[in-house]
Ligand binder design. Structure first.
Ligand SMILES: Nc1ncnc2c1ncn2[C@@H]1O[C@H](COP(=O)(O)OP(=O)(O)OP(=O)(O)O)[C@@H](O)[C@H]1O
Length: 587
């Protein structure tokens, strides 16, 4: 059965799949030729033909025997080629779609599940596209041709064999729906187990700290049992189907032989032609046997393929992929690139019931330093996400340099905005590799300057290995504060017009935080000499007392704005938060 809706997943490999079909057909032609020549030799031997007269047939038989392994080799190579093309293209498309969809859209899908789709799911497509689909065409053409040859030898035998051959692919179709359901639940159970394993590995410290490893193990055991049950269910149906198909494949040649014998007895067929009938009947059903084998191997690919197709469709973002609005020319100069404005900005996360931001109006001048403060969940990080265009507002506008983010590409926004998030991600490798991720061309001096500004010199001491000091998996060899400072250095290196520090220094002690901010304020001008707009999202209010403007958010709305001194005097939410923090400190 061909799933037409999955076929576009293999569009980059259509030509190689065509080649695989050609090689398969050549292999079938050689097999048929071998059957015919063998039948000729048998008939010759039985009828007492001198061996010399069979020389040509013997040479042809030898040639067929030599050609078959060569063609099998060629088939395996083309299957590999199809697999490589399909897998590379799909993984590329999936990654592009996942990047386009962004963390907000993908946030509901577990990382381990995404990993299963990307790795094992795509791997499972190999037998489907590499072997099964070409084999469908090879089977149709070969069986039809051989049935035609049988009809030429004897129409009755030919039609009977043809009728049985038609039944072979149709009977198992009765199971297709059930098999699809079982395949889906098998893939679902597999992806769930994988997601739980990934979660457990990532959360190993937490599990140990809360003495929850045993409970987690029980959970994993349960998921593993469900996977086993789903595998066995699927296997049972597969075996039933294989058995039935196998029965037809044995019965087909047997029926051909029985009909052939009766035709010989009735004098309609020459007894010597019985060899050709028998051997050709085997060739009618041989491709079906291969098709059945590939079907079972490829079925996991069908279940995974459906999920992959859904994921690709979900990732089809409405974001422009080509810049339609050049930021600089539209707004006459570099400086304006860093100006930010929100007009009645309203945003609700997918599947959320309440808006994270409601009717927000704010203006941030280019080159200024502002702070977003407010209680947890008030919408501060959401502003950062929208500036990076991880989503666009449902109502109102967010403008960068006078251009709504909805008219900008994600790439444009990523070029303009450097974000240090609450939990920055470091990649396994050295300090240098992590920094060069954003500035591949940066020389030693530039890297060291960024590290200096971020106050991260203790990470690159000679004992650690300097810039080549390893950071460990996810930055596991660094302390929380060191990770944050390295992430700040990385953002500084990006040299973007807008820098957002989202709780970027929460793990630093107050004195070090102050010194990092002071050093940032002193040095933050872009390479071209333009000042950088800095947005600081912070809970520790003492650290933002020098910013130009403080915006106070509550339940998605800006409820206060002004300098820290003005806000303290007005005795509103900011002053209340400030008092609460001071009380905590004095306790
Ligand atoms: N990916 C998401 N999907 C659904 N809702 C979300 C998502 N991210 C955040 N929210 C919700 O949006 C609201 C604003 O969240 P946001 O992270 O912007 O708050 P915040 O002010 O930065 O909080 P904090 O100070 O705790 O970091 C919260 O109610 C939060 O639960």
């Amino acid at each position: 059965m061909i799933h037409l809706r999955l076929l576009p997943l293999a569009r980059s490999a259509y030509a190689v799949m065509g080649l695989a079909v050609l090689v398969g057909l050549s292999l079938s032609t050689v097999a048929i030729a071998q059957a015919l020549v063998t039948a000729d030799i048998f008939a010759g031997i039985i009828s007492g033909t001198p061996i010399g007269d069979l020389t040509l047939s013997l040479v042809l038989l030898s040639a067929a025997l030599l050609a078959r392994p060569l063609l099998v080799f060629a088939r395996e190579m083309t299957v590999h080629l199809v697999a490589t093309r399909v897998k590379t293209a799909i993984r590329e498309r999936m990654l592009t779609a996942m990047f386009a969809a962004g963390p907000i859209a993908l946030g509901r899908e577990r990382s381990g599940t995404q990993q299963s789709h990307l790795v094992d799911g795509v791997e499972n497509l190999e037998p489907y596209f590499g072997r099964y689909i070409p084999q469908v065409l090879i089977t149709a053409v070969t069986s039809l041709a051989v049935v035609g040859a049988l009809v030429l030898i004897d129409p009755v035998v030919g039609f009977v064999v043809g009728a049985v051959a038609i039944l072979v692919p149709f009977v198992p179709r009765l199971w297709d729906r059930l098999l699809a359901k079982r395949g889906d639940s098998h893939w679902g159970a597999y992806a769930k187990l994988n997601a739980e394993v990934v979660d457990s590995l990532r959360g190993m410290t937490t599990l140990k700290a809360f003495n929850a490893a045993r409970r987690r193990r029980t959970q994993l055991q349960e998921s593993s049992d469900s996977l086993l049950a789903a595998t066995l269910h699927q296997l049972r149906i597969s075996l039933l189907e294989s058995g039935l198909t196998g029965l037809f494949l044995i019965a087909g040649p047997a029926i051909a032989l029985i009909v052939g014998v009766t035709r010989v007895q009735s004098g309609a067929v020459d007894p010597l032609q019985l060899f050709a009938i028998t051997l050709l009947a085997f060739e009618v059903f041989r491709p079906f046997r291969e098709l059945s084998n590939h079907w079972h191997a490829g079925y996991s690919g069908v279940s995974a393929g459906r999920r992959i197709r859904d994921l690709l469709q979900a990732g089809a973002s409405d974001a422009p992929t080509e810049p339609t609005t050049p930021l600089t020319s539209a707004n006459g100069g570099h400086e304006t690139k860093a100006a930010i404005e929100a007009r009645s900005l309203t945003f609700t996360y997918p599947h959320a019931h309440t808006a994270a931001l409601r009717d927000v109006d704010l203006t941030i001048d280019a080159g200024s330093t502002v702070a977003l403060v407010g209680p947890s969940g008030s919408g501060k990080s959401t502003v950062a996400s929208l500036l990076l265009r991880l989503a666009v507002p449902q109502h109102g506008q967010l403008l960068i340099g006078g251009v709504p983010t909805s008219s900008l590409t994600q790439k444009q926004c990523a070029e303009i905005v450097a974000l240090v998030s609450q939990s920055p991600v470091l990649f396994s490798g050295s300090v240098r590799e992590n920094l060069q991720l954003v500035a591949p061309e940066a020389d030693e001096a530039t890297l060291k300057r960024a590290i200096d500004i971020a106050g991260a010199n203790d990470i690159v001491t000679d004992e650690r290995g300097g810039l080549d000091a390893p950071v460990g998996d996810g930055g596991g060899l660094l302390s929380g504060g060191q990770k944050q400072r390295l992430a700040i250095a990385r953002a500084v290196l990006k040299d973007a017009p807008i820098l957002i520090l989202d709780e970027a220094s929460s793990a630093l002690d107050a004195r070090r935080e102050e010194s990092v901010f002071a050093s940032l304020a002193d040095s933050l001008t872009r390479t071209g000499g333009e000042p950088i707009t800095t947005i600081i999202i912070a809970h520790r209010l003492a650290s933002i007392r020098h910013v130009d403007t403080v915006f106070v958010l509550r339940e998605g709305q800006v409820v206060e704005r002004g300098t820290a001194t003005e806000l303290l005097q007005s005795d509103g939410l900011f002053a209340a938060l400030h008092r609460a923090q001071n009380e905590q400190v004095s306790v």
